[in-house]
Design a protein around this ligand. Structure first.
Ligand SMILES: Cc1cc2nc3c(=O)[nH]c(=O)nc-3n(C[C@H](O)[C@H](O)[C@H](O)COP(=O)(O)OP(=O)(O)OC[C@H]3O[C@@H](n4cnc5c(N)ncnc54)[C@H](O)[C@@H]3O)c2cc1C
Length: 454
């Protein structure tokens, strides 16, 4: 029987496993996390009595349903939690489980590795007390911790209002929700946002809840700095009226939307193309999630679409696997899934315009701002590398010369901003700036473990 491996036990991976199991197949489902559910439906650590119904609010029922469906699947799958896939080499995965390396061969591989925050730096963003928006949510959902008692939310993302609501419900004071995209951009994107009215209403409700709670909520702001001597003391920004505003806080959550985690797809041989709306290079897939023979991509790891799109795209990719294994295709079911995925991804494309990546702000950041915090590289160092005679105006060469993106995170944090600084040097052309190539190990591992695998 063909060895089918799924990486990622979020909605996409679970949705795929359900379809495969219904046909009598037994996929291997790998996840580096201790508990299944992925990012949006993350479960708290087992010994933590966190009231997830309160935290998830209107999403509580869907959250519980996904976890119950996963529990029902367990006897039919080979589930491997706490297992990191750190490299892919031909048809072999390199795994790390509890410090031990092993290799696993596959015939069909479905990567459903989810997304992570996209971050735009600003002066002071390396101060203790600054978190990514997703990191702030992980602290809350996984550990039951708040990142501060008075938190400012800054960025361009519908998740700002959601996370602020979760923080408020759990006892934090919200200093401000500051969005860099003007309100007019949200109105302009409204027709696209009507593609998913239920999600749109939920978003509007989170915003209304913040206003009702008296939280300052600003659109179209220009971030100036995060201030503090030894840790965060205030967020300073300019509002649309040109006024400088200072919001006292002890933590800042930064989030400019999400970006697919594509390193594994890259190592597995996926092709990429530039997407001008998201200003990202994304893996190329067909309508069912096929990337190349034997490789399938689903969920937020290939296109940001949200949990519902992730689940449907996982199921769709599983149908592609079944069809490629020679099983009779369930055409109606696959078509319905494809329509759903397309509609929800169109909605996210609307969101990408309503909450735009602040490319002009990044291009205008002062030289002194740290861009790569792993290797401590400033924006000025990147600019001067590009300004040299025959200097590189391509991200991989800039990385080689400056070490920007070469540290522990492998460019997962600084990559999008680096891309924008390099694009600015190339006259604003995101394609000319090139794509930061994925490298193994995709996450830091002990040298000894890599040695074991060799
Ligand atoms: C931090 C964060 C918080 C979010 N919170 C919300 C929210 O509150 N509400 C909301 O609507 N949306 C939220 N989202 C959006 C969320 O990404 C999607 O809605 C949904 O979870 C996507 O499902 P998925 O299955 O594609 O990916 P995910 O749910 O992200 O699942 C991917 C899984 O792959 C695993 N994985 C990744 N790389 C590897 C590897 N190398 N080896 C092994 N396992 C790996 C991860 O551990 C993860 O469990 C959040 C996203 C992030 C990044």
């Amino acid at each position: 029987m063909a060895e089918i491996v799924i990486i990622g036990a979020g909605p996409a991976g679970i949705g795929a496993a359900e379809v495969l199991c219904a046909k009598g197949l037994r996929p291997i489902l790998i996840d580096e996390g201790a508990r299944a559910g992925g990012q949006g439906y993350r479960r708290p650590s087992e010994d933590l009595a966190l009231d997830m119904n309160r935290l998830m609010g209107s999403e509580a029922q869907r959250y519980t349903a996904l976890h119950s469906r996963f529990e029902a699947l367990l006897p039919a799958i080979d589930y491997r939690p706490r297992t990191l896939v750190w490299a892919i080499d031909g048809n072999q995965l390199h795994l790390l489980h509890e410090g031990k390396a092993e290799a696993l061969s596959f015939d069909k591989l479905l990567i459903a590795s989810g997304a992570m925050d996209r971050i735009a730096p600003l002066p002071g963003w390396t101060l203790p007390g600054v978190f990514t928006l997703g990191g702030a949510q992980v602290a809350l959902k996984d550990q039951g911790c708040l990142i501060g008692s008075r938190v400012a939310f800054l960025g361009a993302s519908p998740l700002l209002a959601l996370a602020a609501k979760q923080y408020r419900d759990m006892g934090a004071e919200i200093a401000v929700i500051a969005d860099t995209t003007p309100f007019a951009a949200k109105l302009a994107a409204f027709p696209a946002l009507l593609r998913a009215p239920r999600t749109l209403l939920r978003g509007l409700w989170y915003m209304a809840a913040s206003l009702q709670a008296g939280t300052a909520m600003l659109h179209g702001v220009t971030p100036i700095a995060i201030e503090g001597r030894n840790r965060v003391e205030a967020l300073v920004l300019r509002d649309t009226g040109g006024r400088e505003r200072r919001f006292a806080c002890d933590a800042v959550a930064l989030g400019y939307g999400l970006k697919p985690e594509t390193q594994l797809a890259d190592l597995a041989g996926a092709q990429f193309a530039y997407d001008a709306d998201f200003r990202l290079f994304l893996p190329v897939i067909d309508g069912m999630g096929r990337s190349r023979p034997g490789l399938y991509l689903a969920g937020d790891g290939v296109r940001i679409g949200g949990a519902d799109a992730a689940e449907a795209s996982g199921a769709l990719a599983a149908h592609a696997i079944l069809s490629d294994l020679g099983q009779a295709q369930e055409i109606d079911a696959a078509r319905a899934l494809a329509r759903r995925v397309e509609r929800l991804r169109d909605f996210q494309r609307g969101l990408a315009r309503a909450f735009a990546w602040p490319k002009a702000q990044i291009a205008g950041l002062p030289d002194s701002v740290t861009l790569c915090r792993c290797e401590n590289v400033t924006i000025g160092e990147v600019r001067s590398a590009m300004a040299k005679e025959l200097g590189p105006i391509e991200v991989n060469r800039v990385k080689a010369m400056t070490r920007c993106g070469m540290g522990r995170c492998q460019g997962r944090v600084c990559g999008p901003a680096l891309q924008e600084i390099v694009a600015a040097g190339a006259g604003g052309d995101g394609v000319a700036a090139g794509r930061l190539r994925g490298q193994a190990p995709v996450k830091p591992i002990a040298l000894a473990a890599a040695g074991d695998a060799a």
